[in-house]
Design a protein around this ligand. Structure first.
Ligand code: SF4
Length: 221
């Protein structure tokens, strides 16, 4: 007899299971909104450890004023550990120029309507949906869910309804199901990353995964 399909999970059930296992995480490791913006750009296609090395190269000199005034070639050398450093130096210059519209003031950016701010960020060179949403959530505290690669992989393995599973589909499914809360989205994103590193890796380590009882792809992905 074919195996019966597992009943679908909801985003709330995923959140509850991860929270029960890992507790409340504290995330994003940064010293202020501008450092979040820089980290969100630098983390594209690289591990967070490399981002930390690049940020450490600024010493105490990481500020939008410094980055704005620095020649692009010099900036590229500073951020070299993050990889794709020439490209990312251009992206940092572009997003810093965008932030200058708000006087480098997170509170001023926060006063803008979310949809307008997201549209502005998506128009900046090098800022895609995941980077824009990371900035909106972690730098400015908007209730925006970051549907990153860990989330996409998890949703591809669980019986969970996220439409076609594209970035916008996953983001909408989680935002519709969960309270519009930056704290909730912050926590859930962090929990999914923690579980994605501990268990739901490219080659999953399903034993001990808090979602193993509900998962359709356990051990088989
Ligand atoms: S049981 Fe395995 S495949 Fe399923 S969510 Fe957990 S680690 Fe991923």
């Amino acid at each position: 007899m074919p195996k019966a399909a597992k009943p679908p999970l909801t985003p709330e059930a995923v959140y509850a299971a991860l929270l029960a296992r890992y507790g409340r995480p504290r995330w994003w490791p940064a010293r202020g909104p501008y450092e979040v913006i820089v980290g969100a750009v630098l983390t594209q296609n690289t591990a967070w450890g490399n981002v930390e090395k690049a940020i450490a190269n600024f010493g105490d000199g990481l500020s939008p004023e410094t980055v704005g005034a620095m020649p692009t070639e010099e900036l590229a050398e500073v951020i070299r550990p993050a990889g794709f450093f020439n490209q990312k130096a251009g992206y940092l210059k572009a997003v810093t120029a965008w932030y200058a519209r708000y006087g480098f003031d997170a509170a001023a950016a926060r006063r803008e309507p979310l949809t307008r701010l997201r549209g502005e960020l998506l128009a900046v060179r090098g800022i895609g949906p995941e980077t824009a949403d990371s900035i909106l959530l972690y730098a400015f505290g908007f209730p925006v869910f970051v549907a990153d690669a860990y989330t996409a992989r998890l949703c591809a393995r669980l019986p969970i309804n996220v439409g076609k599973g594209g970035y916008g589909d996953v983001k909408r499914a989680f935002e519709r199901a969960l309270p519009q809360s930056a704290r909730v989205y912050n926590e859930l994103h962090a929990l999914i990353v923690i579980n994605g590193k501990a268990h739901c890796r490219k080659r999953p380590l399903c034993e001990g995964c808090p979602l193993v009882g509900a998962c359709e792809k356990r051990g088989a992905a």
